[in-house]
Design a protein around this ligand. Structure first.
Ligand SMILES: C[S@@+](CC[C@H](N)C(=O)[O-])C[C@H]1O[C@@H](n2cnc3c(N)ncnc32)[C@H](O)[C@@H]1O
Length: 231
């Protein structure tokens, strides 16, 4: 789907079933997520992952973080416990409204949510962030769109910063379309890109993939979590 429809789709998801459209577990469809359990998945992930990066000597949390495709703030809120400023950006206003509402009880004064309807991140200046993360986001847009965000992440990343993102590998060595629950309304598309192509693309923007670990973020599809620094 084109960019305009991508925005409309996530607006609908945000209105209809926001938590399930973020974490699509079968039994949670129809607003069945327990809110506390839902947010706990994010804090568990972020706390452990930042610890892992520190133990490996890759990155120690400091400064400003960016959560791209933040949805309802599942990762943005726990990031606020580790960074001076935690920024979340999303294409879907209903998702962001929910995040802001949720923050009335979390009370993170260093969390900032941004609505962005562009296929770039021109709302932020070069070198704005020490840490950028994007999980289960890029896979839901066509490669012609996510390649632009990957370039933008490198532009926004400080010289000693770390970028972490997840993306499925492509089937048959091509950017692929994998139908996801055909007939779903609104429709959720899933795309990927071959690992070598991802690495070459980042290299073209001055990035060096220092780790790519297979994960289970995309059901049965092979997916990777990449860790990138400036080369
Ligand atoms: C599956 S959810 C993941 C949310 C969050 N990353 C998490 O793990 O909790 C995907 C999110 O990406 C957002 N999104 C999709 N395309 C986007 C784009 N082009 N720019 C910003 N956000 C986008 C959607 O609105 C949705 O909130």
């Amino acid at each position: 789907m084109d960019f305009e429809n991508l925005a409309k789709t996530w607006e609908k998801f945000g209105e209809q079933d926001p938590l399930w459209s973020v974490l699509s577990e079968d039994q949670k469809q129809g607003n069945q997520w327990d809110v506390e359990n839902f947010y706990h998945t994010g804090s568990y992930y972020i706390n452990n992952y930042l610890k892992e990066l520190e133990i490996k000597g890759i990155f120690k949390a400091n400064g400003k973080s960016l959560d791209f495709g933040c949805g309802v703030g599942r990762l943005t809120f726990p990031l606020a416990n580790h960074f001076e400023e935690s920024h979340g950006v999303d294409i879907s206003l209903p998702m962001l409204k929910l995040a802001t509402k949720q923050n009335e009880s979390f009370g993170h004064e260093n969390c900032f949510f941004h609505h962005n309807l562009k296929n770039d991140l021109s709302l932020f200046e070069d070198g704005s962030f020490d840490f950028i993360i994007s999980l289960i986001v890029l896979q839901h847009m066509e490669p012609r769109y996510f390649v632009n965000y990957l370039a933008e992440f490198m532009r926004l990343l400080k010289s000693d910063g770390v970028l972490v993102f997840q993306l499925p590998a492509a089937v048959e060595n091509r950017a692929s379309y994998l139908s996801y629950e055909a007939g779903m309304n609104p429709e959720m598309e899933v795309f990927g890109m071959d690992q070598d192509d991802v690495e070459a693309l980042l290299k073209g923007h001055g990035g060096n993939v220092i780790e790519s670990v297979e994960d289970h973020a995309c059901g049965d599809e092979t997916s990777y979590r990449y860790v990138v620094k400036h080369s």
